[in-house]
Design a protein around this ligand. Structure first.
Ligand code: Z5A
Length: 208
């Protein structure tokens, strides 16, 4: 990435961790610095990818095969990356993405038990060398996260999983963040919101 290009920041975490809450905080922080920002999400971020999101999140009587789920995540990602994320970065914008491939390692790898080698192969096909410049991983005790998320009106297909699934998701995230201590910045999301946001501010200040 050269100086005229934007930056790619992703935000990750499991159920009830407060991604949405903190994305609006990060948005305000970056806009105050006059950064041209695109906020987007995965799965989703384009009309086609949003349709795939609907298919993935809807509860249904037919069981979705794990590999089919994985391929749908990467189909949505290829469309999103090539038609939205990369053009924005090339135009000098910063992209703040709610979830990206680390979610796939955590949910389809950790949660569903698919092999990381398979995910790596698809990652290489879809992204080549591209990786986020910064990934904020919001970490929370699974039970506390689920308690926060339980206030929602209706649970989607992922939110309806058992606690063990989310424990495996968290373990996968925690394994992954150890592989690159520069790109991944771990935030203790179990703290009061003010403290979470103070930690996020500190990370963003160091990133600048
Ligand atoms: N998925 C996948 O399997 N594989 C992939 O590759 C990708 C995704 C990309 C949709 O994601 C699903 O897709 C996701 C994984 C799968 N499923 N799950 N689970 P999503 O990001 O759209 O769904 P989400 O995880 O439910 O995210 P969310 O809606 O942004 O929720 P959140 O992160 O928990 O954020 P929140 O709404 O800001 O916070 C939840 C509540 O906690 C809310 O009432 C807040 O006011 C409260 N909160 C937040 N912070 C605090 C603090 N610090 N203290 C107290 N209360 C707080």
């Amino acid at each position: 990435m050269n100086d005229t290009q934007g930056k790619f920041i992703t935000i990750e975490g499991s159920e009830g961790v407060g991604k949405s809450t903190n994305i609006s905080f990060i948005k305000d922080y970056l806009e105050e610095k006059n950064i041209e920002l695109l906020i987007t999400r995965e799965p989703g971020g384009t009309p086609l990818a949003e349709e795939i999101r609907e298919l993935l999140l809807q509860k249904r009587s037919e069981n979705i095969d794990e590999t089919a789920e994985l391929l749908m995540m990467f189909a949505a990602r290829a469309q999103h990356l090539n038609t939205v994320i990369l053009p924005a970065i090339d135009a000098g914008k910063w992209v703040l993405c709610d979830r990206f491939t680390d979610s796939t390692y955590a949910y389809q790898g950790g949660g569903r038990g698919l092999s990381w080698q398979l995910i790596e192969r698809l990652e290489e096909t879809v992204q080549q060398e591209l990786q986020p410049d910064l990934t904020l991983y919001l970490d929370i005790d699974v039970k506390l996260g689920l308690a926060r998320a339980s206030k929602r009106a209706e649970l989607d297909r992922f939110e309806s999983e058992e606690i063990d699934f989310f424990e495996r998701v968290r373990t996968a995230y925690l394994t992954r963040v150890k592989t690159d201590t520069k790109r991944y910045q771990v935030i203790d999301a179990g703290q009061d919101l003010q403290l979470v946001q103070a930690d996020i501010t500190h990370v963003l200040e160091s990133f600048f």
